[in-house]
Design a protein around this ligand. Sequence first.
Ligand code: WTA
Length: 630
Amino acid sequence: MKINTLEKYQASYKQGIEEPEIFWQNIANHFDWSQKWNSVCEYDMHEAQFSWFKGGKTNITENCIDRHLKTKSNQTAIIFEPNSPKEVATHITYKNLHQKVCKMANALLSVGIKKGDRVAIYLPMIPELAISVLACARIGAIHSVIFAGFSSSALAARINDSECKIVITADGGFRGNKSIDLKSIVDEALIACPCVQNVLVAERTNTEISMLAKRDIYLKDILSKVSDKHKAEPMDSEDPLFILYTSGSTGKPKGMVHTTGGYMVYTAYTFKNVFAYEPGDVYWCTADIGWITGHSYILYGPLLNGATSIMFEGIPTYPNPGRFWDIVDKFKVNQFYTAPTAIRALAKEPLTYVNKYSLNSLKVIGSVGEPINEEAWQWYHKNIGKETCPVVDTWWQTETGGILISPIPNISPQIPTYATTPLPGVQPVLMDDNGDEIKELEGEGRLCIKSPWPSIARTIWGDHKRYKETYFTAYPGYYFTGDGALRNREGMYRITGRVDDVIIVSGHNLGTAPIEDAINEHPEIAESAIVGFPHEIKGKALYGFVTLKTPVEDTEKLKEAINKLISSKIGPIAKLDKIQFTNGLPKTRSGKIMRRILRKIAEGNAGDLGDISTLLNPEVVEHIKNGSEY
Ligand code: WTA
């Protein structure tokens, strides 16, 4: 399973493409299956149908936990580092984790959750989050983790879309010097969620909360009554493991569905190789488990490898911007994985915050979530990696389940800002404007993947048609990523960013449509268009062009109201940095908003708008360019 030389990478890559079934079968054989598969891979790229290890039966938690009990029962599986450095960390061994997950599994069963039921998890980064996710997987319930920064209406929409029977939440959560009242957000959401029968409540902030009789139960009360033994439910390879929502080009979030067998094999394999994980290493990914990075590379990938994985509740700048580096030294972290937005924010702080620490345990440092700019890459490489740790710039998506393009430490060449080469079994291609594959090595185009890999999402929950249309129709026969990329003459890939209506702000994917829908609900607003513009720390920030039904006096007040509305409909992560009220939006003759023009204006390149003669209303452009408002 381990790639330790360039020759091994090349041979694995070759076999992954030429004999994918043999290649993946050999990897799958490392895991415990109660029944072996009948076929390794069956697929139809046109119909978006995929199955991996069909007929096989396993339970991912047996592979994440039980399998390690013989040799690693006293090794730490998860280190929980609380928000405040004054609170002591918790070390959860594999044996403890087994007991806790079994208990939680029995708790879920005791409130009537069965295989196939959907469970919404809306928790801060506390151990109960990891335990709940694994407990769902253990009984075969489908977990749907919803990032605890989402608002009550965003939460309700996600709960209802997959008809979750239960919500697991906490009284509240800590983040920096703030605390968030999660339970009251859940209460508000559930007014609109008739499908939810129970709410299980973990205690974290010990704040006063309201508990609805019969519906709401404190976790500790039910955990105290159940056994810590549980036999994992055997799952088919293609049984859904989880749903995770991501933004798209309509207001409705897409519930990406990942299944059991292929996801297990792929996340385990990529974790081991991308981070060059060796037994005994301490690994830390700073993401939140509410996103795919946390699912695949805080929980499943590391635990499948019997690793020690850190879960951090807090933020990079609390109580000061040295917090990450303090944690690295405290636990002698060997592999560190974070997002460019965090790197940029910390790079702006005085270097004394870094230089106070030795960081000499680090062996590999990684980046994920958005393109990393050269300056941030260099700062990270020099000051954190001390010019000796390889930087793994890992490209992937919620839809891909695991990392598809990334350097392999100490084997692939390092090129700042390049995600470099595909992992074994992955065939990226670039498409030109005519929809043809760019055959030359050097080129720039839209990034597609030519053949399936084991952890490709199987569908969008309840809407296979949308899945097919979103990812498999733009370039028939290929998976379209929504990203642009370029390839250099060595065949290395550099991801240039989204080419669709998704904008990545501080590493969070935000669809423009749901934000526009939220704004347009305001009674004084006629129409709006959101575009991204470069931001020093966030990577991209949001710029809203908004037209009003009739001019208003107090535009500052209206701007505030717009951001309040966005916070309540989606969450504070989607707030606009700039708002410009305009007397119209540039439209094509068929009535489509010309976002390309708005993007140029927002980026400060209004001088270079190209041909606007095809617009229905070119006069609007002048008005917007002048920065005129009502
Ligand atoms: C972007 C996160 C450049 C990309 C794992 C992708 C990146 C989207 C990189 C998916 C990278 C992720 N370089 N861009 N190394 N990694 N992206 O679903 O636009 O939250 O399509 O998954 O993030 O974001 P998601």
